[in-house]
Design a protein around this ligand. Sequence first.
Ligand SMILES: C[S@@+](CC[C@H](N)C(=O)[O-])C[C@H]1O[C@@H](n2cnc3c(N)ncnc32)[C@H](O)[C@@H]1O
Length: 425
Amino acid sequence: MAIDQYIPTATPLKSGTILDIGGSKLENATHQALTNVLAKATTTGTPITLPDEMLYDSTGHELWSQIIYHPDYYQTRDEISLLDSNGDDIASYINPGAVMLDIGAGDTRKVAHLLRKIDARGIDATYVALDISEESLARNLKPLTQSLRHICCIGLWGSFSDGMAWFTRHDALVNILNPLANYTKHGTSSMAGAVAAARTSVTPEPPQRVLLSLGSVLCNDAWARAVSHLEAWARTLTEPDDFILAGMDGHDQLPAHREKLWAAYHFDADETEEGTMVASSSSSSFSSSDDLFSQFWCNGFTHANRLLGANVFRPEEWAVRGAVVPLMDIPRGLSGGACHRFIFTYTGVAAAAAAARHGDSAGLHLAAGQTMDWFDAHKYGPELVREMCGEAGLVVEREWKAGQDSCFYQYLFRSYGSGSARGNM
Ligand SMILES: C[S@@+](CC[C@H](N)C(=O)[O-])C[C@H]1O[C@@H](n2cnc3c(N)ncnc32)[C@H](O)[C@@H]1O
């Protein structure tokens, strides 16, 4: 599979092409983010959060694919069943020629359920998978390109911010338009010639932009941060037909959802841990357990050490504890909101030893007792999602629920700024 630098092209890109929109510079950016976090720990000793990006190298992706298909990780099963039951309805919102950008595409097995529905309707559109892992993109685009007849699949290797900048660029979208597409905003009769016209025209009509956020990529943050991310993505929607399709885990009622949430993040929870779970947290030794999440963290530590060029993060020096907690930062007058946290505590004896291991990394070190969060999972039900959208300049036009026993939702958001949502108010 070709990995092309992002250069405007005169000819249509082949399905399966991967464009480097910043991916090759990501390790530097992630290293910088990690060093900043460690500097904060060194100077303030306050709790820190490690960048999630460290979790998703090639091995991390393989582990993540196993985690999400574990029977207790209900989110994947629920989202797939939602897409299978409602995919036709969702697909009816996709126009010919649409460009669907999947942010944090991952292994794409889930989105494939939706893409097949769109493909079966004969809609010639373009699916664009954005991810920080080039290997994951290469591995996962292949089966899609082989199985979809109408949808052209392109990979974007880069970060969310690279993807956001790319998505706002009209010329970038025109470059990757599906050559088969009936490329008009309202699906009238012009065919491939319209694409050619769009490529050469000075001001071609913009294709429908659809942002896909599966697996709670959007909204899954502390309130203010989630709103600000949504707000930024909302600004990329410029036309009335543009929209965001966002899957969000709404198991946010405590104590009702506590047990289900816990089980999804602690596959090997034994009796003792379940007993402690009632009190909402449990400790386990990081290195003694070989469950998938532990392997995921260990791999993240290895990645961090690789970036730092020193053996700073040693699994045996950390204790990890899970906690299901209510969210305290939701707007007044609203209820719900839950979070599963993994809390790591540094149990290493000597900060100096850590500093020494850190070698030339500007004297950064970890003090005994230092805590950090990694991989928080925020849960917001429909009422909170609607409020969050309102603050971000979006309106929830449709919502689909996974089934009677599940509070996993898929939402269709429109932007006030793009002209359609305002009219629907
Ligand atoms: C929780 S997984 C979700 C995957 C997929 N959407 C799903 O539902 O299965 C998050 C994905 O986002 C990607 N990712 C993490 N940080 C990213 C960033 N800063 N920019 C782009 N992608 C990122 C990861 O590589 C991973 O594939």
